[in-house]
Design a protein around this ligand. Structure first.
Ligand code: LP5
Ligand code: MN
Length: 276
């Protein structure tokens, strides 16, 4: 890392102009090891994304990211984002738990803006809280400890001084340990905590949340102090899986709508008003 640049945790912006006609995606986990998913991303960038004024990526675009200086395999992805931003689309991106080290060089090359997590944004006329969503999985105590470490400026500065090989080895063992530990965690621990979501809605003074991370796409209606609020959860993408999945959220007549690539994929709230 160039030492004059801010570490990724400080390379984010906390305030942006309203989104007028956005498309939201997250949790693509792009890697050369999932070629069909990468191909679907490139076709999305060619044919679907250009219909919207803003492309918003709410974290985990990449399977993992160990620093902007170790990203040659991701060049086609960066180029696709750069083509979109050069064509006049706003490209907005949030860190996920897999790619919290996306930094200044990446955003410069992609023509993207890194968003703080969470961030309140005017989205199609409604004040909305955007987040990757992992910070609200508060019952996953081991994960929250890991998250605090990886998001800290001190950790990021230190980690990015290591060689690419050393970083790759550490990230590889973190991935293995994550998979092993996830196998023993109860499913509800790995979902957002309802109280944490309500607190976030109250603190932000909003009635709508959009997030990713949990891979449980849905539209939830929430009772917030006697009034109604909404939590929209984006789908993850895996087009290489035996049952391919993925999709996006956009707005139709001012209302959010989830769209899935695979008609077989279903969720609690597809194309309907949020369900409980
Ligand atoms: O990612 P996923 O879907 O498997 O599970 C997440 C949580 N796991 C993680 C860990 C990431 O997968 C690791 C990859 C990061 C690569 C890029 C970052 C580069 C910095 C790497 C620095 C080490 O996010 C998982 C949640 C799950 O979502 C659902 O919310 O449960 O959380 C965990 O599994 C966390 C474990 O409980 C603890 C993991 C400890 C790993 C320790 C590695 C220590 C290395 C120390 C080096 C100084
Ligand atoms: Mn995630």
């Amino acid at each position: 890392m160039n030492l004059i640049e801010p570490p990724p945790a400080l390379a984010v912006t906390g305030s942006i102009e309203p989104l007028l006609d956005p498309v939201f995606i997250s949790d693509l986990h792009l890697t050369v090891e999932r070629p069909a998913t990468s191909r679907r991303f490139f076709s999305f960038m060619q044919s679907e994304a250009p219909r919207y004024r803003e492309l918003v990526i709410l974290g985990d675009l990449f399977e993992f990211w160990i620093g902007d200086d170790a990203s040659s395999a991701a060049k086609p992805v960066v180029d696709a984002l750069a083509a979109a931003s050069s064509a006049g689309q706003r490209v907005l991106l949030m860190h996920g738990n897999r790619d919290p080290l996306l930094g200044h060089d990446f955003t410069l090359a992609a023509g993207a803006t890194l968003l703080a997590d969470p961030i309140v944004v005017d989205v199609v006329g409604a004040k909305t809280l955007l987040s990757h969503g992992d910070a609200w999985c508060t019952r996953d105590v081991a994960y929250q400890q890991f998250r605090s470490m990886v998001r800290s400026v001190e950790f990021q500065r230190e980690f990015l001084t290591k060689s690419v090989e050393e970083r790759a080895a550490i990230a590889g063992s973190a991935r293995t340990r994550s998979d092993t530990e996830k196998a023993t965690k109860a499913m509800d621990i790995m979902d957002v905590t309802p109280d944490a979501v309500c607190r976030a809605l109250r603190d932000a003074g909003v009635r709508r949340i959009i997030h990713g991370h949990t891979h449980r796409p849905a539209a939830h209606r929430i009772d917030l102090d006697g009034a109604s609020a909404e939590r929209w959860v984006l789908p993850d993408w895996d087009v290489d899986a035996s049952e391919p999945r993925g999709g996006y959220l956009h707005f139709v007549a001012g209302e959010p709508r989830l769209v899935f690539f695979n008609d077989q994929q279903s969720c609690g709230g597809i194309n309907r008003r949020p369900a409980d």
